[in-house]
Write a protein that binds this ligand. Structure first.
Ligand code: CA
Length: 227
């Protein structure tokens, strides 16, 4: 490993989480830990990770739902599930939802490490590190955006919003879905948080350039046009 890889551990049992943090850090990884389902999803949506170790039973939001939301938002970081029960149904469910592997608790750390390394050896994560749409360039690990070679000065939320639109280029995203994935909130359709945020984003991403990328689909939502 030339650069240190980043792993997110989402695990509510403090002892297990500490044990994983310590072991993975000692093995050379940069490790972040979330103890709550909502925090885990938020962390996974806003930061870049090479791999996510995801417990199934979590307060707030379970591992299945986190994985589902991540994949729906186009986040492709590999996921290693930790399950308490070794049932075929659980395993199939995890793999169906797009998990890369699973481990049944209790497990030995050496086994977890072997699984982690094996997933990482499958090559770079399927999520490209740099997203390009026409002359727009998004450097995901570094949270940097540029258009036509000019650096765009975006807030973290604006970057999250733009990268969501870019990952799902060509797909019309509803305000509700955007609010859920970027702000993790469920809100009434009369709230205009998303519209305000898109307007601000446009002033940076589209207004200074002749080619407009973000399109409004009246009554539905927004889409980033790729061609
Ligand atoms: Ca748990």
């Amino acid at each position: 490993m030339s650069t240190r890889m980043r792993i997110l551990v989402v695990e509510d049992e403090v002892k297990t989480a500490d044990y994983l943090r310590k072991g993975l850090s000692e093995s050379g990884f940069v490790v972040d830990v979330a103890h709550h389902g909502e925090d885990g999803l938020h962390q996974a949506m806003t930061e870049y990770y090479d791999l996510i170790v995801l417990d199934v039973q979590l307060p707030g939001r379970d591992g299945w739902s986190i994985l589902q939301s991540l994949r729906r938002a186009g986040r492709q970081a590999p996921v290693l599930f930790l399950t308490a029960s070794d049932t075929v149904a659980d395993r199939v469910k995890g793999l169906d939802l797009g998990a890369d592997d699973y481990l049944v608790k209790p497990f030995a750390f050496t086994e977890l490490l072997a699984r982690v390394r094996s997933i990482l050896r499958r090559g770079p994560t399927r999520q490209p590190e740099v997203l390009r749409v026409r002359d727009l360039e998004l450097d995901l690990p570094h949270h940097k955006a540029a258009r036509a070679g000019q650096r765009l000065d975006l807030t973290p939320k604006e970057f999250a919003l733009l990268s969501l639109l870019a990952r799902r280029m060509g797909e019309v995203l509803s305000r509700t879905l955007i609010a859920e994935l970027v702000w993790e909130m469920h809100f009434d359709s009369d709230t205009n948080v998303v519209d305000v945020a898109v307007r601000r984003l446009r002033s940076k991403v589209d207004d200074p350039f002749p080619l407009k990328l973000i399109r409004t689909v009246r009554g539905v939502g927004y889409v980033l046009d790729g061609n």
